[in-house]
Design a protein around this ligand. Structure first.
Ligand code: T5A
Length: 210
C-alpha cells in the first residue's frame, strides 16, 4: 500500500488555491493515487457548520482569538474524521488551507502572538502538520481583484482592509522561510498552467522521497 501524503495549499484571497487543488487532484488520480480533496474551514458536516459562523457577517463580528478557537474546533473535527483516516489508508490528502492560515490571518494579521497560536495547535493536535505546504504567493491587489464581484456572502475576510492582507502575505512568506523543508513557494502571478506544473513537480518529488 502507498504511504499517505498530507499536502496543504496556502495563500491570500484569490491566490488560486481552489483552482490548483482541483488540477492536482485530477493529475494525481491519473497517476493511480487515491486523492481526498478537502478544505478549511470545513471538510466535515460539523466543520462546515462552523465555517458558516466564520465566513459570513460583518468583518468585526468576532475577535481574532474567538476566530482562532472556532477554526481549531473545526480543524480537530476535520483531522480526526477525514484527514487522519485518509492518510491511514494511503491516500493523498489535499487541503485548501490548514493551520498556517490561522498563523497568518488570526496571528500576524489579527494580532495574536504566534507563540500562543502554536501552543493552541500543540494542545489540540500535538505536532500534526502537513508533509508539504504549497504557498501561492501573490500581491493582495491581484488576488482581491480576482475575487471582486464574486456572488455570495462568504466575503467576511475579503472585506478587511488592504493592510490586513499585506500583513498576512508577509507572514506566509516568513512561515515559508522558517520551514524550507515543508514549504514550496509558487508565484501566483503566473498563469494557471505554469503554477500547476510547478506544484505537481513539488508533489511528485515529495512522493518519490517517501
Ligand atoms: N481563514 C481560513 C482564516 O482566517 N483562518 C484559518 O485558519 C482558515 C483555515 C476561507 C476564509 O477563512 C480564512 C481565510 C479565508 O478568508 P475561502 O472560501 O476558503 O474562505 O477563501 P479563500 O481560501 O481565500 O478562497 P478564494 O476562492 O478566495 O481563493 P482561492 O481558492 O485561492 O482562488 P480560486 O482558485 O478560487 O481563484 C480565484 C479566481 O482567480 C482565477 C480563478 O479562475 C478564479 O476566477 N485564477 C487565476 N487567474 C489568473 N491566473 C492564475 N494563476 C489563477 N488562478 C486562479
Amino acid at each position: 500500500m502507498p504511504k499517505g501524503l498530507f499536502v496543504t495549499l496556502e495563500g491570500g484571497e484569490g491566490a488560486g488555491k481552489s483552482t490548483l487543488a482541483r488540477i492536482l487532484q485530477t493529475a494525481l488520480i491519473e497517476h493511480g493515487r487515491e486523492v481526498v480533496l478537502t478544505r478549511e474551514p470545513g471538510g466535515t458536516p460539523g466543520a462546515e457548520d462552523i465555517r458558516e459562523l466564520l465566513v459570513r457577517g460583518e468583518p468585526e463580528r468576532w475577535s481574532a482569538m474567538t476566530e482562532a478557537l472556532l477554526f481549531y474546533a473545526a480543524r480537530v473535527d476535520h483531522v480526526e474524521k477525514v484527514i487522519q483516516p485518509a492518510l491511514g489508508r494511503g491516500a493523498i490528502v489535499i487541503s485548501d488551507r490548514f493551520a498556517d492560515s490561522t498563523m497568518a490571518y488570526q496571528g500576524a494579521a489579527g494580532g495574536i502572538d504566534l507563540a500562543r497560536l502554536k501552543a493552541l495547535h500543540h494542545l489540540t493536535l500535538d505536532d500534526f502538520q502537513p508533509a508539504l505546504t504549497l504557498l501561492i504567493d501573490i500581491r493582495p491587489e491581484t488576488g482581491l481583484a480576482r475575487t471582486r464581484g464574486r456572488l455570495g456572502q462568504e466575503v467576511r475576510f475579503e472585506s478587511k482592509a488592504l493592510d490586513f492582507h499585506q500583513r498576512l502575505r508577509i507572514c506566509f512568506q516568513k512561515l515559508a522561510a522558517d520551514e524550507p523543508g515543508r514549504f514550496v513557494t509558487l508565484n501566483g502571478e503566473e498563469d494557471t498552467n505554469t503554477v500547476a506544473t510547478r506544484a505537481l513537480a513539488a508533489v511528485m518529488e515529495r512522493l518519490s522521497d517517501e
